[in-house]
Design a protein around this ligand. Sequence first.
Ligand SMILES: NC(=O)c1ccc[n+]([C@@H]2O[C@H](COP(=O)([O-])OP(=O)(O)OC[C@H]3O[C@@H](n4cnc5c(N)ncnc54)[C@H](OP(=O)(O)O)[C@@H]3O)[C@@H](O)[C@H]2O)c1
Length: 276
Amino acid sequence: MKIIEAHGAHIPAIGFGTYTLEGGACVEMVAEAIRTGYRHIDTARMYGNEREVGEGIRQAGIDRDELFVTTKVWWTELSEDKFLPSAERAVEALGINAVDLLLIHWPNGSIPLEESIDALNAVADRGLTRHIGVANFTSALLDEACAMSSRPLVCNQVEYHPFLSQEAVLSACRRHDMALIAYSPVGQGGAVLDHPVIREAAERHGRTPAQIVLAWEVAQEGVGAIPRTKNKERLAENLDVFDLALSDEEMRAITELTHRRQRLVDPSFAPNWDRN
Ligand SMILES: NC(=O)c1ccc[n+]([C@@H]2O[C@H](COP(=O)([O-])OP(=O)(O)OC[C@H]3O[C@@H](n4cnc5c(N)ncnc54)[C@H](OP(=O)(O)O)[C@@H]3O)[C@@H](O)[C@H]2O)c1
């Protein structure tokens, strides 16, 4: 497993995404993911499943120190008075002493960025998280946030797959020695996996389209991915990508597709995205 090192955080490059997983199925999938070899689990306050994710971790019976757990504070809770209580509820729901990484889930243009970044730092000062970071930040917001934060920001979690370029955000992450963690990394199982460039690479390597896409992501310096599945058979498939070496030509051809800029996640409260 490739580990991304960022400001002292050691982030396993493939994590298990848990959005939409709920109840007993969530508990079971998280436990099974850990048994399959996942060491990085991604949840959020907004997913409403932190309790089940925590239960899955306990059922897997793994030593807590072997696991990298991320959660996120929702964009409506970023003010000084709401941030810390939200983070406390997250850690309490997970039932672990502290998470490894706590993220601002989305920027909120109506709350001063400095206020949210200070509150994020205060959560780490309280020992509720080992590392801090952000999600859905543009390159400009990332530059601002890094300049304001007393602790280093270790990652920006953003949508990234072969149909969406993240050139500007990736350069910003590299400028700040941060990881870029790709969400919707298999394009939510949609058209990305059917594109001829992906399908043909899959045939050449005797692997699945999802494995080609994930291998393209983790081959990039500082990039990790958090695929989600409700299907136990796909857990191993999505993790088994580190021995899959794409040629320079294949890497280039897949990167070329990113100029289609087909964003899958773009809510009304999204920031003013980078244009590249
Ligand atoms: N920070 C944010 O704002 C943000 C936003 C979105 C997501 N996320 C995080 O990122 C995680 C992943 O993103 P996502 O859930 O949007 O999308 P995703 O992981 O790209 O796609 C999940 C979909 O792809 C299918 N799939 C998974 N593995 C596959 C495979 N090997 N072959 C074919 N289809 C496959 C799944 O179907 P089956 O279940 O049937 O396998 C599911 O429908 C989320 O769970 C969440 O943790 C964060």
